[in-house]
Design a protein around this ligand. Sequence first.
Ligand SMILES: Nc1ncnc2c1ncn2[C@@H]1O[C@H](COP(=O)(O)OP(=O)(O)OP(=O)(O)O)[C@@H](O)[C@H]1O
Length: 681
Amino acid sequence: MEIYNQEQKEAIRFEGKHLLLLAGAGTGKTKTIVGRAAHLIENGTPAEKIQILTFTKRAASEIVERVKAGIPGRNAQALNGSTFHSWCNQLISSFPNLFGAANYTVIDSDDQLSLMKMACGKDKTIYGQIRIKPQEILDLFSFARNTRTNLTETIRKQMFRGKDDVETNEEIEELRPVLELLIKEYQALKMEQKYLDYDDLLLVVGNRLHKDEEARAILSKAYDYILVDEMQDTNPLQWYLLAPFENICKLFCVGDDAQSIYSFRGADFKNVHSFGERVQDSEVKKLNKNYRSTQEILDVSNWLLERSPIIYDKKLTAHRGPGKMPVVVNVSNQFEEANYIAEKILTDFREGGKMFSDFLVLSRSQYYTKPLQAVFLQKKIPYETYGGRKFLEAAHIKDLISILRVVNNPSDQIAWMRYLTFAHGIGEVRASNYLKEIMGVDSVKLDGDFLKSIIPGKEGEKIKTYYNAVQNNKGNVRQAIKELYKEMELDLAFKYAKDWEEKRKGDFPVLELLAEHYSTLGEFITEGILDNSISLGGSPVLEGSKIKTTEHKDHVVISTVHSAKGLEADVCFVLNVSPKTYPSSYSLGSTDEIEEERRVLYVALTRAKNELIITRTTDSLNAHHSNAMNPFSQEEINSAYFLEGLPENLVVQEQPHTTFSKAQDAKKENKIDLDFGFDFS
Ligand SMILES: Nc1ncnc2c1ncn2[C@@H]1O[C@H](COP(=O)(O)OP(=O)(O)OP(=O)(O)O)[C@@H](O)[C@H]1O
């Protein structure tokens, strides 16, 4: 049974049209979304007419499960929660005629890069005029679409740090037409092969709804309410998608401007402030009390935010009152840090009655946590990682999926290339020749025998067998994967001989299990990619190849701060809050970037309920030499450092007395104790 305070109840029972709940960390925004959905269902709104939108699949499922748990019977069963991308993808497949994109394949960032490389390679005289990598062109294109900014201004912002002088303008004017050609070529390749990239998903739906009265009429029968979590992180493209829904249904959005950490995806926290003006018939409400943390944790968080030149007007007070002082641990290196954390967890687990799931470890990047993961493995501390490279993006998984993809969409040239070059002996040049023949044949004639007829020898035989394994089991995705894996196993083991047994083999049974939830190949490929994608912060369960550690229900979570939004834990470790990291020395030239990083740290600090432990390495405090990449002096780095000037009364400082350091001698000298060591009798 959830308990709500008066302000939360007012939001939950809101009778007006659209509402924005703008409130600080831990004030119960997510809880209020749960309450709102339950209230609507209990008062007669069919659950399938409510859509919950969040930034991660994990957050979406959590909200949906909580609503379902509070409503007896089957009334809430049809409640749907998804990410923006996944929702658009569902709309595209539920209304195939309306959006006209049902048989398109969604491609991930690796595939986008392959396609952009093809676009750049098409006419070398064009690409040769600029010195920009294909990935950078993709980033520019995506930034422009997500922020809905024109190409000139995108180039200026992203490549010239916003400079607007004669020289810069001349350079932009040289780059712009070339980039336009390349982006158009990329777009044409995409359409030719029936691909949609992530941004396309939102645009396909958004464009249709903006331009087509009938589309709005159809969707107004499908939705009564849309509930959006983390509204501060919606970028202009997501606003564009949501705008038509103002007239289709009622919007209920929650957000916190101080937790906006997605400006690299085009979000601007200031947008949330204009909600009242942008959305007709809307109201903005606030929540004031923090229910998550004790006051000492909030004091440090408030202090951090008050030091910002941006006024957030958010002083959090703890409903729970006082508790333990936050601790700053000064470690000399990463292994000391890792051992300190592991020892603390093990002691609290063995002697303090805590579970592993009471601990959350937060880091800027997953990469930084590698030594910590090594120590956890060594000390047998179960853990799960959130953020970082995802399961379906691992090379061995992509090899197998490439065959599912070509059976699902025969125009999928990226997948064909991966499939054809997977068989030993076929290089890129030969594969492209086969590809030309494959593209030339009518798709009804395309089958295993055809492939064998154009590809001679053992390779042709193999390619045929793989193709048939999927084709013959098309109606049962799990079976298709099982049969295909049986055929591919030896080749996969050969290709990945170095770490096959330890790291890769175990992923395939999991892939089969995952496939069980999808009824068609297309759904599996698209949804599977979206659900597990790094750039969308998707499901944490099937990450990397460390699937086995997730079998423990009780585990520590190691997360990037970006993937930790909405999470909370009894004890929270925030790693490496050192100079040059918070803020990163690369953002020192830009106030906007520094302030975004301050919010990142703020999100991290406000995850803790009872204990907040901040680590920092003393080696980063050591002398720093400025260089061309990083021209800032030690003074500049120190004065920008977020913990510089942290009042002594807000935290306790600690040096780890670790079992990791060398054994130390006794403090007092003893008298020698030597007897004969035997009995003379
Ligand atoms: N009225 C209440 N009574 C008791 N506990 C509450 C109440 N409201 C919220 N909480 C608790 O406070 C914690 C934070 O709530 P929630 O996660 O909904 O906040 P939030 O505003 O979404 O936080 P953030 O933006 O920091 O992720 C949760 O543990 C929640 O159960």
